[in-house]
Design a protein around this ligand. Structure first.
Ligand SMILES: C[S@@+](CC[C@H](N)C(=O)[O-])C[C@H]1O[C@@H](n2cnc3c(N)ncnc32)[C@H](O)[C@@H]1O
Length: 435
């Protein structure tokens, strides 16, 4: 392993093997004092001025390769602010590394698990550009981060400079000695990166992750003692089949402002005792958690009944974690059909785990009947949702041409109830939970 130090001073080695690579060309010049100073002095990146800035810098005598790298890094920093906030302004990136990195709000949740159980040191094996490692280090944990890709490890070393408790190595997860740290974090690569410029393909089979899930489970057991797993967390695809999850873990699906971004399996003391799956929902109001233990009802054990006064569309993390039954209990609700994940009930319950709607009307699906309904009620602004029906929302919108009916708005929910295709005309509950 080649050491790349983060901390007060730093030294980076990026060998000839990577110097011809376009990725390397976007990073190596800014590791030099001239490139770094130019990048830091550039100010806010504005795409429309990039060409003229480039021309000006070259006219001032800066090397074209350095100018190109500086502009690439400035563009990546601007894009990265969405994930890393102000911290992005002092970071470096590779395109792949930024795309695969964990956004700061979620990385903080990962780091909190390690901190809560009292661990003091964590190895981040496959640290990428350091998204998770920075969150761990900023929580006061001693971090040993490693990535087998030399350029990525160099970038992580720059990004971890502000954290004296972090150190970055270029090396393989497979070479890690589990006794070196209290806990381990892994975020395996889940996309095949193509060097020919084509988009990377996502990998769905956990055995095709790098490193594969079987390596991770074996590592958790080596980290533990007396047959129990040690404290290890691994990020997985949110689309992972629940049957493929490692045993003796809590797996948590995280949704961020309505988007399910990841599943994470927690081993040993990092798992909540007795909990099999959980959903962590992050929204404007904060973080919210719903869990299922081995003694709770099975995921699909939900009563079925007629459409009531309110309809709930569960968050994707709730569905993937198999928490439909748990949510139905909270909302005093039932499903509209055994195979459809909409919940319905008589009560308006404000919940972060579902989007709620007040039901105004329910009718069998018919284009003619729907057209005259919208005309009669002057509804011209439509949100169209569907589950369990072949009708395509955009095609329906084209056929309805609703703008001609007026300025009223409604949500149309196309689904199946009691074996029939129906349209539910509804209004979303407002932010305060009122209908
Ligand atoms: C998904 S990225 C990690 C992103 C990181 N958590 C972050 O927030 O920035 C996965 C990384 O694992 C690295 N990797 C893949 N297989 C590895 C292995 N066997 N050992 C070490 N690193 C590996 C890849 O080079 C890649 O940078």
């Amino acid at each position: 392993m080649r050491a790349i130090r983060a901390g007060r001073s730093w030294w980076i080695y990026a060998g000839d093997a990577v110097s011809d690579d376009a990725r390397a060309r976007s990073v190596l010049p800014v590791l030099q004092p001239e490139g770094w100073a130019l990048l830091q002095g550039l100010g806010e990146y504005d795409e429309s001025r990039a060409l003229s800035i480039g021309e000006r810098l070259r006219a001032e005598g800066h090397d074209p390769a350095t100018v190109a790298a500086v502009l690439t890094q400035a563009r990546l920093r601007a894009r990265a602010r969405e994930k890393f906030g102000e911290r992005a302004c002092a970071m470096l990136f590779t395109e792949d590394g930024l795309e695969q990195s964990t956004r700061q709000e979620i990385a903080t949740q990962h780091a909190e698990r390690f901190r809560r159980v009292g661990l003091t040191s964590v190895a981040d094996l496959g640290c990428g550009i350091g998204g998770d490692a920075m969150a761990l280090a900023s929580r006061g944990l001693r971090v040993q981060a490693a990535d087998r890709d030399e350029l990525t490890a160099a970038v992580a070393a720059v990004n971890l400079r502000p954290f004296p408790t972090a150190r970055v190595l270029c090396g393989s997860a497979e070479d890690h000695d589990p006794s070196a740290t209290d806990g381990i974090w892994l975020d395996p690569a889940r996309r095949r990166v193509r060097r020919d410029g084509a988009r990377a393909r996502r990998v769905h089979d956990p055995e095709a992750y790098e490193p594969p899930l079987s390596f991770v489970t074996a590592l958790a057991s080596r980290l533990g003692s007396d047959g129990a797993d040690g404290p290890l967390g691994v990020k997985l695809s949110p689309a992972i089949d629940r049957a493929a999850l490692p045993e003796r873990t809590e797996t948590q699906w995280t949704s961020w402002h309505g988007q399910v971004l990841e599943a994470t399996s927690w081993f040993g003391p990092l798992a909540e005792p007795g909990i099999l799956t959980s959903a962590l929902v992050i929204d404007r109001a904060g973080t919210h958690q719903l869990s299922r233990s081995a003694t709770d009802p099975a995921p699909d054990d939900v009563p079925v009944g007629a459409i009531g006064a309110h309809l709930y569309e569960p968050d994707g993390a709730v569905l993937r974690a198999g928490l439909l039954a748990a949510l139905a209990t909270q909302l005093h609700a039932r499903t509209v059909d055994p195979t459809i994940a909409y919940l319905t009930g008589e009560e308006l319950v404000a919940t972060p785990f579902a989007r709620g709607f007040a039901v105004h009307d329910v009718m069998p699906f018919s284009l003619k009947a729907l057209t005259s309904y919208l005309r009669h009620h002057r509804i011209g602004v439509l949100e169209i949702k569907k589950r369990g029906t072949a009708v395509e929302p955009e095609e329906l919108r084209r056929k309805l041409r609703p703008r001609r009916f007026g300025d009223g708005s409604a949500t149309l929910i196309l689904t199946r109830a009691a074996g029939e295709q129906v349209v539910i005309v509804a209004q979303p509950h407002d932010a305060k939970g009122a209908a």
